[in-house]
Design a protein around this ligand. Sequence first.
Ligand SMILES: [Zn+2]
Ligand SMILES: [Zn+2]
Length: 360
Amino acid sequence: MGRFCAKCGRPYSEGVVFVGNLCIRCYLEENRVLDVPSEVEVQLCKNCFSYRIKGRWLKPLTYGSPEEIVKEALAKVIEDKVRIREVHGSSGKIKVTYNVEMPLEIHSTQFPITIVAKVEAGREVYEQRYPVVAKVTFTLCPNCLMRVSKTYKAIVQVRSARDRIDRVDRRKINRILREIDPYSIIDVEEVREGLNIKVSDATTARILASKIRNEMGATVSESFEHVRRNREGKRTSKLVIVVRLPKFRENDLVMFRNDMFRIVRISGFRVVLRNERNNAKTTVSAEALWDGRISDIPETTVYKKYLVIGRDDRVVYVVDSSENYEVKEIPLGYVSENVKPGDELKVAIINGKPYVLGKA
Ligand SMILES: [Zn+2]
Ligand SMILES: [Zn+2]
């Protein structure tokens, strides 16, 4: 290392950073600190404004104008393309950072931007400016392409152990669908057997199926359907997931262990049941919805109205006005606390046991 800068003759000192035999100012006149392409391209989906970075399509973070999304995408592309070169100086740290100067307004698909490198060397700060041409290409991302052409990679077929998917099921499924990335749902088709939900990718289809299973106690089975493509004659396969909803759902009255219960909640692999006579809660595995442990209220059930004629600290006294007005006693724990004389109770009689379903 010489005692003077080889270019400008500045003397070597502690305060001036040298790179080789050049002072930092002269070094920066001769050398670039960034590797920057002369042109950067942004691929933007004209339908959903996703943009492509390193082969992947990303959703924009900003919900602004297309212009703002272009700027966001451009910043990501530049981050991917620009490299900072390492510069080793004589003393002190050489710190290189950069920012991007973009036009305030973008009026065309091709416009100039400037990448400005800031070089901090000891006490001195320098700038290097790199003009770059930014190009924006509008295209369709794979998901939007599938939506437009109605092609899909997976299908979730929702079926029910009852005869059909009704409005209650549909409302719940719609709510679950809202938790799924809308751009992955290609189509929701109502068919006689239920719902066919076409999904752009297998992962999203599996997430959807498991959410329905978790919230509705459904069973899930997977298979592949082989499809021959016309154009190239290439074989492709589609994932087919059949999601079968159980016969029973939340709020239904059911029989379980010879008692009448109401299904309070289906969640995960569990079903929470509440005994209709004493309000005691029980949790069982969701399999019980399928293996017969949870079953229909028997057809022999008789529904009656009982009139409350009195109560003490142990029981309420009721009469069945449709019969012989014989006074019956129902333990207090089996009726709600606010029951008073004059109330009518709706009662189900199953195998001779009365279940108070509430006020009539
Ligand atoms: Zn110099
Ligand atoms: Zn798109």
